[in-house]
Design a binder for this molecule. Structure first.
Ligand SMILES: *Cc1c(COP(=O)(O)O)cnc(C)c1O
Length: 388
């Protein structure tokens, strides 16, 4: 059976070139980069290179890169770090209802600790209303945290305009860019973001690695107190091999971005066209004009998304419903519900997220195997029989 992986927003395979770059630091060059002797030199130099490569992808200074263990940690560090640093100035945070759980649950935690949080809504296409953002700002607003691109729909938010608004009001602006970094060009020199989260395993790097861009001058309380690593911003001996991998992954993403965008958006369009031509009663979710090149979120009316995924899995196709973090919970996607999709349509959605190594032949295989699966499910649905 063919094995086809179309779930790259959940995680990506580790690029073999990345692995090759990591191996020496697991096997031979195992020193602690903070030591002052010979064993530190290799790891320390490699960490410097990794930091430069991450900085090059974002167009920031290497000193503005703080390594983390995960995207989740970066989000926690940014949000809690600003909340604690600015708690004497104000207690209000603005975010959106469609954030990743790493942001949503951090904000919910802070609400219990006495902070007030405004969750901005989205429209049926998953877009924000910037007037609603402007109206939400209060004198005590200390942080705006809004994701760059949504992990479920791929919808890209107008980060430049949001940054303008935040900068004008002197409010710190954090963006969870885990799904955007490596997929689309990001330049923090021109973008008015103060904090930006990325994660290694979403861009063909190793799991357990990430980084937080912290613009020079932005004050954060550390999440991890300990040694002097990361210039006192994150204690703990570094995951040297992992971070070397993160750096290599960033370099590779930088070099092949244009080519990957073209390739992945071509596959996405091919799949959407193919499915639309062969399967009636479907809906493509999200603002198709402003979304990641690699993400397609499709609702199939009168079909249960989880069953559809099982059907696809039996044919060797790995896709997902909603996000990896919420599937299995049987709750419909909070992102799709926020876009006013009915419970049925939210439940009937599948996310296909493409990677640089997917092929047209794989897409054609999916277009071929899906219609009979959907038809079979619909034929068992009393609702569908009633509607037709
Ligand atoms: C995956 C993801 C995260 C979490 O990153 P981890 O490295 O898995 O902790 C955060 N935000 C978004 C948008 C994501 O897609």
């Amino acid at each position: 059976m063919e094995k086809i992986y179309i779930d790259h927003n959940a995680t990506t395979p580790l690029d073999h070139e990345v692995l090759d770059e990591m191996l020496p630091f697991l096997r031979d060059d195992w020193g602690n980069p903070s030591s002052v002797h010979w064993a530190a030199r290799g790891p320390k130099a490699a960490m410097d290179t990794a930091r430069e490569r991450v900085a090059a992808l974002l167009n920031c200074a290497p000193l503005e890169v703080v390594f983390t263990a995960t995207g989740t940690e970066g989000d926690n560090h940014a949000i809690k770090g600003v909340a604690l640093a600015k708690k004497n100035k104000g207690n209000h945070i603005i975010t959106t209802v469609v954030e990743h759980p790493a942001v949503l649950n951090t904000c919910k935690y802070l609400e219990k600790e006495g902070f007030a949080v405004t969750y901005l809504k989205v429209d049926a296409m998953g877009r924000l209303d910037l007037d609603e953002l402007r109206a939400a700002i209060r004198p005590e607003t200390i942080l705006i945290s809004i994701m760059y691109a949504n992990n479920e729909t791929g919808v890209i938010f107008p980060i430049d305009e949001i940054g303008e608004i935040a900068r004008e009001k002197g409010i710190v602006f954090h963006t969870d860019a885990v799904q955007a970094v490596g997929k689309i060009p990001i330049d923090v020199k021109t973008l008015k973001v103060d904090l930006l989260t990325l994660s290694g395993h979403k861009l063909y790097g190793p799991k357990g690695t990430g980084a937080l861009f912290v613009r020079r001058g932005v004050r954060l309380v550390p999440l991890m107190h300990g040694g002097h690593q990361e210039r006192n911003r994150r204690g703990g001996t570094e995951n040297v091999a992992g971070l070397v991998g993160l750096g290599k992954a960033c370099e590779m993403a930088n070099e092949s971005m244009e080519e990957n965008v073209k390739h992945m958006s071509g596959l996405r369009d091919r799949l959407e066209k193919g499915i639309a031509a062969k399967i009636p009663d479907i809906k493509i979710n999200g603002d198709v004009e402003h979304r990641l090149p690699n993400t397609a979120n499709i609702s199939f009316e009168y079909v249960e998304g989880e069953s559809l995924l099982l059907g696809l899995d039996m044919m060797g196709v790995a896709a997902s419903s909603g996000s990896a973090c919420t599937s299995g919970s049987l709750e419909p996607s909070h992102v799709l519900l926020a876009m006013s999709l009915s419970h049925e349509m939210s439940h009937g959605s599948v996310r296909f997220s493409f990677g640089k190594d997917n092929t047209e032949a794989e897409i054609d295989y999916i277009i071929e195997v899906m219609p009979p699966i959907v038809e079979r499910m619909r034929s068992m649905s009393p609702l569908y029989a009633g509607a037709k």
